[in-house]
Design a protein around this ligand. Sequence first.
Ligand code: SAM
Length: 304
Amino acid sequence: MFSYRHAFHAGNHADVFKHLVLVAMLRHLLAKDTPLWVIDTHAGAGLYRLDGDYAGTSGEAQDGIVKLAGAVGAHDTLDGQALAPALADYLDLVRGFNRPGDWRIYPGSPFIVQKLLRTEVRDKLKLHELHPSDSKALAGNVAQLNAGRQVSVAREDGFEALKALLPPPSRRALVLVDPSYEIKSDYAKVPAALRDSLQRFATGAYAAWYPVIPRPEAHELPRKLRTLAGQVRKPWLHATFSIGQKPVAAGEPADTRQGLTASGMFVVNPPHTLKPALEAALPQLLQVLGRGRGKGHSIEAGGA
Ligand code: SAM
């Protein structure tokens, strides 16, 4: 079974980047009156304690959400400038899970999405998580929402589940594909799942996260997704965000345990508002979270 537990990484720079993109996409998709299905193929536990054993040990949120919240303070400004709307929107949403100035909880994608869904319009959230402990934790966390039929949790393979869920009855869906890539085959499963899903439901919005690491499969993944988008003639957006290497103090040996320093999001059928939103937000996010050699961001878009 998997050893990956998202609790170690909750609220890190990759989560901040991924959830910023997710919130920006949802804001646009939820502006229309017809019901939206959000399918989270790899949901994790849903809610995480930043002061608990996992996040406390890894300290990754300190270089992510905690650093961002500290830099912008209560007034959402950065060096006297207003925060970009998408960044302010994301931060405000996460802040809503915490007491003022006391960052103890980080919401994973299920709770970020659920917070935005509309009951009156009958939006739905379909969650999949395979890890026995995380799927149990997810079910327990979701039960506390009393969200009824709006949210469903399945201990199933999220890649496989897409086949039965698409197309959704309302013909509107956002699919988040966020594997841990602990198993090498995930790198092949992501493009295969998107190819199959686009055949079943060509107009859905699909967002896939991946780690930017020196591994051929990770390097190839965005290229494969871009080729796929071209073949099915769909618009796409590819963004990356890198905090760079930890700086080394004079006289100290370089820290070889850098951990993950960069990640990417590949979106097929992005809302037209996503590119300008990220163009405003990512430079500010980099200003706060960027820390050394290799830091940067990129946004490319293309297609029909
Ligand atoms: N999407 C979550 C968020 O943003 O808060 C984080 C998800 S985490 C990166 C990936 C999760 O996928 C892990 O909890 C792992 O146990 C789970 N997982 C791995 N393979 C899976 C599969 N085939 N189907 C469903 N869940 C899977």
